[in-house]
Design a protein around this ligand. Structure first.
Ligand SMILES: [Zn+2]
Length: 115
C-alpha cells in the first residue's frame, strides 16, 4: 500500500483488527520512508457502484465522500463515529443490493449524490 504522504511503496501494518460491527478490517500502517501513519479498511464489495453526475458522467462511488458528507451533517452533534461508520456501511450495502447493472434509464441503477 503506497504511502499517501510521500508516495513511498514500503509501508508496514502495525495493527489489524475488525471494526466494532465486524464488517471491515481496520489496518494501521506506518511508512518506512517518511514515518507517516495512516489507516486502511478492508471491506466486502458486492459490486462496483457508479455515481451518475449531473454532467452525465459516471464516476466510481466514493465511500469516503459519503462519509465526509455525513460527518459534516452531524458535526457539533454528539454522534458516535462508530454509528456513522455503521450507517454508511448500511447505505453502501443497500446500494450494492439495489443497484441493477446496465440499466441506465432506471433511477435505481445509479444514485446521484450532490458533489
Ligand atoms: Zn511516506
Amino acid at each position: 500500500m503506497r504511502c499517501p504522504f510521500c508516495g513511498g511503496e514500503e509501508t508496514q501494518v502495525k495493527d489489524s483488527r475488525p471494526t466494532e460491527d465486524n464488517t471491515a478490517i481496520r489496518r494501521r500502517r506506518i511508512c518506512n520512508t517518511c514515518g507517516g501513519r495512516f489507516t486502511t479498511f478492508e471491506r466486502v464489495q458486492l459490486r462496483e457502484l457508479l455515481v451518475l453526475k449531473r454532467s452525465g458522467r459516471r464516476v466510481p462511488f466514493d465511500r469516503e465522500k459519503l462519509m465526509r458528507s455525513v460527518q459534516i451533517a452531524v458535526r457539533k452533534r454528539p454522534v458516535d463515529p462508530d454509528k456513522i461508520e455503521r450507517m454508511v456501511s448500511g447505505i453502501v450495502r443497500q446500494l450494492e443490493v439495489q443497484a441493477k447493472p446496465k440499466s441506465p434509464r432506471k433511477p435505481s441503477a445509479t444514485t446521484s449524490w450532490k458533489a
